[in-house]
Design a protein around this ligand. Sequence first.
Ligand code: ACO
Length: 348
Amino acid sequence: MPGLTIIGSGHHVPGPAYTNDDLARVMDTSDEWIRPRSGIAERHFAEEGQGVSKIALPAAQRAIESAGITPRDVDYIIFGTMTPDFILPGSGGLLGAELGLEGVPALDIRQQCAFFPFALQVADSLMTAGVAETILVVGANAHAGFMPWDWKALREGAVSDEEAYRFATQHRQTAVLFGDGAGAVLCRPHPRRAEGHGLIGTLTRTDGVRHDHFFIPAGGFTHYRYWEVPVDERIPSMRGRELFKCAVQRLPAVVRELCERHGVALDDIDWFLAHQANDRINGAVVQSLGVPPEKAPSNIARFGNTSDATIPILVDELRRDGKLKEGQLLCFLGLGAGLHWGAALMRL
Ligand code: ACO
């Protein structure tokens, strides 16, 4: 392991915040339902036509600036999104173009909410193989594209008409959870890696049997004339309760196994930087691990679930607040559609 570390970070969320009460104008939901079940109070959404690479750009620029380097120093991009600008090509290359990085390889990975541990694993492996040394890791999402409500009514503070309201309500379980945003980190080998600093280890898992716990049934290429699909099948389908159970069982298990492999005591970890899908999930995970909840910071109230972006946004907020200090031990963890899940340990 080259002991990868984070030398810069940035994040960006588009447009104004929409509260739970705003959503209650366009579908049958309420703050009383959403907040206690998830911890979410508000979220942001991409503008029509904005696309995820455009949301990612300011986050990437801030990460590059905070690392004190220039875009030309980046020699690889790892991009994670479940809402790409196009079905093809991937969005990493589009971000590279926005940054003026023609010729720099850009790899899109499809791990959704488990993006960050997988991305660190890939970045570290690229460094070990001598392929790249300064890697821009960006998670970003523009879920707005699949939101089922009447956008005009939402944006203008109006109440939507009956048919639009009914359609949106059919998809309310998923729609209230997600928000848009981007988080970026710049990775390089830690200068003191020989003394045990930097990435210590990663452990990732996939269970494709449960791919239907969160997926978009149509729009792929399993069918001829793939574009001729019922509209409801293009909106994500989620088995919320099953996902919840998988997360609260599998995340503590993967963290324990990773710590055992590397001889790390759970008590020695300073921060558990968990994917922000639901405050109740993270509460149950830290309880199961027997660690104090204040070691697992949350920002889901302000952003909702930004999927691939949640952990890098959290990292950026903590770095900018001066809370991440040299020598601290971090544990990153996340589970998402796939199912994919994993954890990573890093000594700053
Ligand atoms: N507003 C109001 N009522 C609602 C809403 C809503 N937005 N959504 C569902 N309901 C209703 C349901 O219709 C149901 O009503 P009924 O009892 O009359 O049938 C009732 O509320 C209870 O619904 P449940 O789905 O059973 O609610 P639950 O308490 O399980 O909470 C939730 C649902 C918040 C989705 C929870 O299961 C969860 O957080 N699961 C994990 C989700 C997750 O992690 N998603 C990440 C996706 S993974 C990725 O990679 C992107």
